[in-house]
Design a protein. Structure first.
Length: 498
């Protein structure tokens, strides 16, 4: 992969800055048309793109086909958001000389795009979190040009995706330069330091995310940086749930741990079950049926191997399914699931060795004595996570269970009941984020329509003449967006249109 040169970076950053105002002022219909054109182009080029992705990542065709479809659906969903206009959060308080606190001027507030966004593509989702994934889609929908730092694990796919999509954008008259691609770690760092970049988004490791977040915060004028970093996604099973559906829980756990070779940020890393659970033989049998899967690239394989070795060598850890990990001469790895168990007390004693994320097909079964200890255990062991899952019996609502759910609500972005955290629905109500270290900022989501809010900021116009107001704030409302008006206006309540 050839890195983008400093001279090329200058041209790319200048182009993004130049096109920012034009893209921000593009009408909702034209912006939505661009997003739909990008989605259609992805779908039309699926055969070409999936073939490249399979070669570069080792992910299965069915998995990649589903991921490409998810990416296209997400783009179309954001097109609907743009057309609706509610995301602009338009609020109008007309002048009121009789306002209870004294005469009030005309005030009009809405959300505007931040400007050029730098998006760092992820390795494990070559479509959904890469060139045209959720971060890019939401930033483009917000009206921000996007520069994507391609991931080194799939450079040919990144170039092909950018080529296909930019051709489609040009075909519907979208401004040139709203989607650009750069290659190389140095290029990604240099751009983040460029004053023309107004926000950053990232999906990757805690170490890399911390470094990049520090650069964004340490600029002379800091910028927001939305990083998704690390998560172990604990799952808690009550005794009554185990008695009710042990086989289903075992099936779901192994499938969730082994899917895409465990290379998912939502993989359940810990399964808490009562002592004497009796699941070990069934888990081992299910894990043994999972075929060997290639890991994404040698760096991922080495990191997984190091974590696996550490966990297997930790005192108090018992092997349920040892699995396998082999390397070829180039350092590429192939793995089958590794499952181990430890007591809750043993996990507390060895937390320095066991608590870090193992990015691959490995999970730890934790045996606890009493459900009254679950909330306290969670509080002692875990910081923020993307998800937390509870498996309880039908109608179960004990005080310990309520305390656990309360803890999960305060420390995760998504609380699941009876399911598994892998598989993230692209829908308006989805929250894919969580407290540190799951993300650098838990105020946003990287999946679902609320993701658009990360790339917007609010501005109010006070006493502005009508001819100088932007379209969404004008009384004739040429963009036909929802306008919330105060009591002195012609209407009141959310969703009213002038």
């Amino acid at each position: 992969m050839t890195s983008t040169s400093l001279d090329e970076l200058e041209i790319i950053a200048a182009r993004a800055e130049h096109v920012a105002a034009e893209w921000a002022e593009t009408s909702p219909s034209d912006r939505a048309a661009a997003l739909v054109a990008a989605a259609d182009a992805l779908t039309a080029s699926a055969g070409e793109l999936i073939a490249i992705a399979m070669e570069e990542t080792g992910l299965a065709e069915a998995r990649l086909a589903g991921e490409l479809k998810r990416t296209a659906v997400q783009l179309r969903l954001f097109a609907e958001v743009v057309l609706d206009g509610g995301y602009l959060d338009v609020r109008i308080d007309e002048a009121d000389p009789d306002f209870v606190l004294g005469p009030r001027p005309d005030l009009r507030r809405y959300l505007i795009p931040l400007g050029p966004v730098l998006n760092y593509a992820a390795s494990n989702f070559p479509f959904a979190f890469s060139v045209l994934g959720g971060d890019t889609a939401s930033a483009l929908a917000a009206g921000c040009p996007v520069i994507v730092k391609a991931h080194s694990g799939h450079p040919r796919l990144s170039e092909a995706t950018a080529r296909v999509v930019n051709h489609a954008l040009s075909g519907v008259g979208a401004p040139d330069g709203i989607l650009q691609l750069v290659m190389g770690q140095d290029a990604g760092v240099a751009l983040l330091q460029d004053s023309r970049i107004q926000a950053g988004s990232f999906t990757g490791s805690i170490h890399a995310g911390q470094l990049l977040a520090g650069i964004a915060a340490g600029r002379p004028i800091p910028i927001p940086f939305y990083g998704e970093l690390g998560s172990v996604n604990p799952v808690f099973v009550t005794a009554d749930a185990l008695a009710e559906r042990a086989e289903q829980i075992a099936d779901g756990f192994v499938a969730s741990v082994s899917g895409s070779a465990g290379q998912l940020c939502t993989k359940p890393g810990f399964l808490f079950v009562p002592t004497g659970h009796g699941l070990a033989a069934g888990l081992a049998e299910r894990a043994a049926r999972v075929p060997e899967h290639r890991l994404l690239y040698p760096g991922i394989a080495k990191g997984f191997g190091d974590r696996r070795d550490t966990i297997l060598a930790t005192p108090g850890v018992s092997v349920i399914a040892e699995g396998s990990l082999r390397f070829d001469d180039a350092g590429q790895g192939w793995a089958t699931p590794t499952l181990v168990s430890v007591s809750a007390a043993g996990l507390v004693d060895a937390e320095d060795a066991l608590l870090d994320e193992a990015f691959g097909p490995l999970a730890i079964v934790v045996e606890y004595e009493n459900d009254h200890e679950l909330a306290d255990l969670a509080d002692e062991l875990f910081a923020g996570n993307l998800t937390g899952t509870v498996h309880a019996a039908a109608g179960e609502s004990s005080l310990p269970l309520r305390e656990l759910v309360d803890w999960l609500t305060r420390h995760t972005g998504r609380v699941l009941f009876g399911g598994w955290p892998t598989g993230v629905a692209v829908t308006p109500a989805m929250q894919h984020g969580g407290p540190w270290p799951a993300t650098t900022s838990d105020s946003g989501t990287s999946v679902g329509t609320a993701a658009i809010s990360r790339f917007l900021r609010a501005v109010s116009y006070q006493g502005a003449p009508a001819e100088l107001l932007p379209e969404p704030l004008r009384d004739d409302n040429p963009w036909d967006v929802p306008q919330r008006r105060g009591p002195a206006g012609e209407s009141s309540g959310w969703g009213s249109r002038a």
